[in-house]
Ligand binder design. Sequence first.
Ligand code: SAH
Length: 353
Amino acid sequence: MTALREILLRRIAATGPIGIADYMTECLLHPVHGYYTTRDPLGTGGDFTTAPEISQMFGELIGLALAQAWLEQGAPAPFALVEPGPGRGTLMADMLRATARVPGFHAALQLHLVEASPTLRAAQAERLPDATWHDRLDQIPDDLPLFLVANEFFDALPIRQFIRDGSGWRERVIGRDGDRLVFGLTAPAPLTQLEHRLADTVDGDMVEISPALPALVGEIGARIAENGGAALIVDYGGRGTTGDSFQAVQGHRKVDPLDAPGAADLTAHVDFDALARAAAPAACAGPVPQGVFLERLGITPRAQALAARLEGAALDRHVAAHRRLTHPEEMGDLFKVAALHPCNAPPPPGFET
Ligand code: SAH
């Protein structure tokens, strides 16, 4: 029994079932027992791995794409280079190495990271000593052009799940059965925020919403429209949501999301339609499948150049990493990339039609 399970069981006994969003927030960010608060979950000894941890090529190409967008907007100085949820700082470190020779880019940038986990902040500080850390995105100076990257950040945002019942919706909640956490459903009720889903769902269908996404993406879009900039948002998901995408991963394997609160990573698919709707007054390009996006940015020639310097097991690992990032049966299709940009500036490279 995890300590957090005890806390949640007591809370449910006292005040009744809790929503999935509440459960996710407690499991991921509880100040003492939260998953991200207490550990570095990335890498071989950890629970899951991410694109920047798979290959340096991911960060290099993303860095050059953002630098190109910066050049196309007249190389504004100073500007804010921002990453929410930077994990170990690997993506940003690769971006900075790749852009070191873009004239003026490093001299103009102010590096701002948004990170909830003290453990991961410490890991980031080792690689990115010049960064400034914030708890929330809206704490970043709002008078600068904003060039932002987010990889697997939005999938960690809490979701709510609803099952359609006639023209109303039952919310999926978490209650207790003795010492076990169990799913339950509220009574059906109409919901204005899900009215638009009545057209594309039938009785019994499940839909998900991310309550924090509109405000976060709206904040990014407003700043980009006002001050210039661009955002590259990479995550797994698609257009709209259908079905249950709430999942838990521990030791690189899927586990029951209610089994080990605080000890497993919890995520859900990102709804790129909701993201595009929230981007205004900035424009939103994509989503483009990650494999297509990386190919357009030139991952194959970059992979070949790196391969020329490798042999044996290192070469095998490099070839496997290229495939893992781009192949449709690996991360290439499941992961998508969207870009926010000012309506009067072109999208970053990789979004041409
Ligand atoms: N982008 C990294 C890490 C992805 S894991 C990579 O690609 O490797 C998710 C990251 O988001 C972690 O750094 C986690 O601590 C952070 N995070 C999750 N929820 C957050 C929140 N509400 N506010 C700030 N950071 C959060």
